[in-house]
Ligand binder design. Structure first.
Ligand code: PAF
Length: 283
């Protein structure tokens, strides 16, 4: 059933709309997004619908999580298609603030996450990123006051950062991770996949296959170093510039010394042309 969601762009209108949704104590799940929605986002919405009576999706391309050299300006913006997808999923409300609404003149407060945000993975290559994410997600939690918030496992470190922040700052929201949705050839769905040329798109799934090879070797009891080196070789041979391929403790993201130190997660980031792909899998 397709049902056009309410779209709100100002905080007072959001509060009124939420009061309406919360009538009879309905629970609310928030799915934070930057738009350019694909089937991965749709799966987040579906999980949200299973968890709560009402679903709010935020669409906001957050400038504070992009470095000046990154793709904030060119990040895909597909508003009409996004709303059509959310209508098809019978989402109740779309929160679509503009930059001035989220960061009014004089805005001077920032959440600086530590712990999983300083694990030496994404933060090593994008030092601005988790401060921007934590600040905007903190604002979204304060604005929507959801019972549940759904984040994709594809951004695994982000999921851990947001979860820690929600607990540390008593937001009263239960953060839930949703499994990564992949194309048939294994490439994790991402709004940035549209940047790939046909040749890069052909090669892109090799990142996933290399992670699987490292995971297989770890499961077989191979030492961490050789298991990860084998995956790294495959990634580089496929033509990627590798930022990292690491195995970490799946809960804490701490470095591990042996495959017995699990639960384990293999995490990778690599660049192909100008596009940076990240991915991760359980071991
Ligand atoms: O994962 C994303 O799309 C973004 O980082 C998020 C969580 C919506 C914050 O801008």
């Amino acid at each position: 059933m397709s049902r056009t969601p309410i779209v709100v762009r100002a905080v007072p209108a959001l509060r009124r709309a939420l009061d309406g949704l919360r009538a009879r104590k309905a629970t609310i799940a928030l799915v934070p997004t930057m738009g350019a929605l694909h089937d991965g986002h749709v799966s987040l919405v579906r999980l949200a619908k299973r968890r709560a009576a009402k679903v709010v999706v935020s669409i906001f391309v957050n400038p504070t999580q992009f470095a000046p050299s990154e793709d904030f300006g060119s990040y895909p913006r597909t508003w009409k298609a996004d709303v059509a997808k959310l209508a098809a999923e019978a989402v109740d409300l779309v929160w679509n603030p503009d930059v001035k609404t989220m960061y009014p003149d004089g805005f001077a407060t920032r959440i600086v996450p530590e712990g999983p945000a300083a694990a030496g993975l994404e933060d090593r290559f994008r030092p601005h990123f988790f401060g921007g994410v934590a600040t905007v997600v903190g604002k979204l939690f304060a604005q929507v006051r959801p019972d549940f918030a759904i984040f994709g496992e594809k951004d695994f470190q982000q999921l851990r950062v947001v979860n820690r922040m929600a607990r540390d700052l008593d937001f009263g929201v239960r953060v839930i991770g949703s499994r990564t949705v992949r194309e048939r050839d294994g490439l994790a769905m991402s709004s940035r996949n549209v940047y790939l040329t046909p040749e890069q798109r052909r090669v892109a799934p090799e990142l996933f296959h290399a992670m699987k090879e490292s995971a297989r070797r770890l499961r077989a009891g191979e030492p961490v170093e050789t298991a990860m080196a084998a995956g790294a070789r495959l990634i580089e041979r496929a033509g990627f510039a590798l930022d990292y391929l690491e195995v970490r403790h799946a809960e804490t993201l701490a470095r591990i010394a042996s495959p017995e130190d699990g639960p384990l997660r293999v995490l990778a980031a690599a660049r192909i042309g100008t596009t940076r792909l990240i991915d991760n899998i359980a071991v």
